[in-house]
Design a protein around this ligand. Structure first.
Ligand code: ADP
Ligand code: MG
Length: 328
C-alpha cells in the first residue's frame, strides 16, 4: 500500500462543513459569518507523550482530544483539523484502530479532517485544529489567559491528577485496585475535551486555559499573563482527585504527598482552569449545568504577585510546593 492509498483508505472522507477537503493542495474553510478563527497545534511523539505499545484507537482519540482541549480553553467551537503523520511502516491494523479512535471523537464534536501530510519516519502525530469564536462587531469572545482580576475565584472542571495516578501505576509505582486503574487509565488515554464548558464560559470567565502540564505550572502561566497572584486551596484541589473517595491510600502505596503531587503537578488532565468574579457565580453554575462538566472553586486571585498554597487549615505550605514534583 502506498501513501495515497493509505490516505484514501483511512483518512479521506467527503467534506461536509469545509468547502474543500482532502485531495487537493489546500483545503478551503469558511468560518461562520461574524466569527474569528481559533487555531492550535499539538504534537504527540512516541516515548515522550505515549508508550510505544499504546492501543492505536486510544492514541487516535488522544491526539485529537489534546488539540480540542485547546479550542475548549478559548471557548471555541470546533470546525476542522489537519493531521500530519510520520509512520515507521504501513501497519494496516494500527491505521484502522488509529483512524477509528480519531474519527469517533471528531464526529462527536463535528470536527472534520480536511488535510494533512504523511511520511515515513519515527511515529509522530501532529494535529492542527480550527475552530470559531463569535466576534460580534469584530470583537472576539475568545477566552484568554490574561483577564484574571484580583478577587476573582479560581475554578477547575472535573477531576485532577487521575492521569498521573494511572501513569505512575503503569510505571509500577502504585498498586491501584483494578477498577480504579481502569477509570484513571481511561482518563490518561482518552481524555474528554471540555468543549461544551468552554463555550458556556464565554462572557462569564475572566480568564481561562486548559490543564495539560499540571495545575501549579499551568496556573502560573495564567497568573503571569494576567499580571496577578493567587492563593490555591490545596485541600479543595486534592478533593478533585477522583480516586480520593474510593481508594485506601496507604494500601495502594499512595502517600499524601504523592496524591498531592498528582493533583498539583500531574499533567495530562485536560480539564479547564478558569477565573470569574464572585458576582458571576450563580450565572456560572447555571451555564455549567448545560455543559455537563462539574466545576469547583479551588482558589482566589490576589492583586500581589506570587502563588500561595494553603492547606486545609488555611496555613501556608512551604514555597517549594509551588513547583514540587515528588516523582521527578
Ligand atoms: P502535497 O504534496 O501537495 O502537500 P500530499 O500529496 O502530501 O499533498 O497530500 C495529498 C492530499 O492528501 C492533500 O489534500 C493532503 O492534505 C492530504 N493528506 C495527506 N496526508 C494526510 C493525512 N495524514 N490525513 C489527512 N489528509 C492527508
Ligand atoms: Mg501540493
Amino acid at each position: 500500500m502506498g501513501e495515497f492509498d493509505l490516505i484514501e483508505r483511512y483518512f479521506k472522507r467527503p467534506a461536509k462543513r469545509a468547502l474543500l477537503g482532502i485531495g487537493d493542495d489546500c483545503a478551503l474553510l469558511q468560518p461562520p459569518d461574524g466569527t474569528h478563527m481559533a487555531i492550535s497545534s499539538d504534537m504527540l511523539v512516541e516515548g515522550r507523550h505515549f508508550f510505544a505499545n499504546v492501543d492505536p484507537r486510544t492514541l487516535g482519540h488522544k491526539a485529537l482530544a489534546v488539540n480540542l482541549s485547546d479550542l475548549a480553553a478559548c471557548g471555541a467551537e470546533p470546525l476542522a483539523f489537519t493531521l500530519a503523520l510520520a509512520l515507521p511502516q504501513i501497519d494496516e491494523a494500527w491505521l484502522a484502530g488509529f483512524s477509528q479512535g480519531l474519527f469517533a471523537l471528531a464526529d462527536q464534536h463535528g470536527c472534520e479532517l480536511i488535510g494533512g501530510d504523511t511520511t515515513l519516519g519515527p511515529l509522530n502525530i501532529c494535529i492542527t485544529v480550527f475552530g470559531s469564536v463569535p466576534a460580534p462587531a469584530g470583537k472576539s469572545q475568545a477566552l484568554l489567559r490574561s483577564g484574571a482580576q484580583a478577587g476573582d475565584d479560581i475554578y477547575v472542571s472535573g477531576h485532577l491528577g487521575d492521569a498521573r495516578l494511572a501513569l505512575e501505576a503503569l510505571r509500577g509505582k502504585f498498586d491501584l485496585p483494578p477498577a480504579l486503574l481502569l477509570t484513571t487509565r481511561q482518563r490518561l488515554e482518552e481524555p474528554s475535551p471540555r468543549i461544551a464548558l468552554g463555550m458556556a464560559l464565554r462572557g462569564l470567565a475572566s480568564a481561562a486555559m486548559d490543564l495539560s502540564d499540571g495545575l501549579v505550572g499551568d496556573l502560573q502561566h495564567l497568573l503571569k499573563a494576567s499580571k496577578v497572584g493567587a492563593t490555591l486551596y490545596t485541600a479543595a484541589a486534592l478533593d478533585r482527585l477522583a480516586a480520593r473517595t474510593h481508594v485506601d491510600w496507604a494500601n495502594a502505596g499512595i502517600s499524601d504527598d504523592a496524591a498531592l503531587t498528582c493533583v498539583l503537578s500531574g499533567g495530562d488532565d485536560y480539564e479547564l482552569l478558569f477565573t470569574a468574579p464572585p458576582s458571576a457565580a450563580a450565572a456560572l453554575q447555571a451555564a455549567v449545568l448545560q455543559s455537563a462538566s462539574p466545576i469547583h472553586c479551588i482558589g482566589r486571585i490576589n492583586a500581589g504577585p506570587g502563588l500561595l498554597l494553603h492547606d486545609k487549615n488555611g496555613r501556608e505550605l512551604p514555597t517549594h510546593f509551588t513547583s514540587f514534583d515528588h516523582f521527578s
